[in-house]
Design a binder for this molecule. Structure first.
Ligand code: DCP
Length: 210
């Protein structure tokens, strides 16, 4: 694995650039930004309408959330209940509550245009519950979540180079698979090359697994 995020992000060959928060700088720059519901700045570069991009408030940080939840549990003497497995189950339960809000509605458009204010607030509550338990689970498992996210995003960029997968939702294995067949290595030889699955596995291990 690359020693730092820059190497893993492909800085050396200019494949992509990653800002300190793990987001592609070029991508971020090219998007009109909708800051917490405010109107996006009109683009002066083009007449083409770009989709609005929603952004979060900068605070609280993940560390702020960890600290606030730690205070909440300390004040109630609930740490004795908040072992990793219990937190995992609590988080999955909250994911179920998020799912209930989407259940039986069919496909839901980005921005939830058909949802009432109270439904949106309910969703905000349930997503927050998931995040709160996730952050506490990471804390109790000693995973430094913000840094882990940076590392994982760097690996994702390596695994799925934009130039190779642009516009395709296929998994890496499916993309690689087409390159192999168990045909003889030389015509007439009985020695066969890797099958599609073996080839995909070889390349996957070579390129992605540290
Ligand atoms: N033992 C507990 C219980 C609650 N919480 C906190 C974290 C969650 O953000 C929220 C979860 O509260 P509930 O279990 O009451 O779940 P809901 O708020 O979703 O309510 P309900 O399940 O009744 O819809 O409270 C916690 O840290 N530890």
């Amino acid at each position: 694995m690359a020693a730092n995020g820059n190497e893993a992000c492909g800085f050396a060959n200019g494949e992509s650039s990653v800002s300190s928060n793990g987001c592609s700088k070029d991508f971020a720059k090219s998007q009109p930004v909708l800051v917490n519901g405010s109107a996006p700045e009109p683009s002066s570069h083009s007449n083409v309408l770009q989709p609005e991009r929603f952004t979060f408030s900068p605070e609280p940080t993940i560390e702020d959330i960890r600290r606030m939840q730690a205070e909440f549990t300390d004040e109630r003497d609930w740490n004795k209940f908040h072992q990793p497995r219990n937190l995992l189950l609590a988080m999955v339960g909250e994911v179920g509550e998020v799912s209930e809000l989407f259940q039986w509605r069919g496909e839901v458009a980005e921005g939830l245009p058909d949802w009432s204010e109270s439904e949106r607030e309910q969703l905000a509550h349930e997503l927050s519950d998931v995040l709160i338990y996730l952050v506490e689970l990471a804390e109790k498992c000693r995973v430094d979540l913000p840094q882990a996210v940076i590392r994982k995003m760097a690996l994702n960029r390596l695994k799925y180079p934009a130039s190779k997968v642009h516009g395709s939702a296929k998994k890496l294995r499916a993309l690689i698979k087409g390159c192999f067949s168990a045909a003889p290595i030389t015509p007439g030889s009985s020695v066969k090359g890797p099958t599609a699955n073996e080839g995909a596995d070889l390349l996957f291990r070579k390129t992605v697994v540290p």
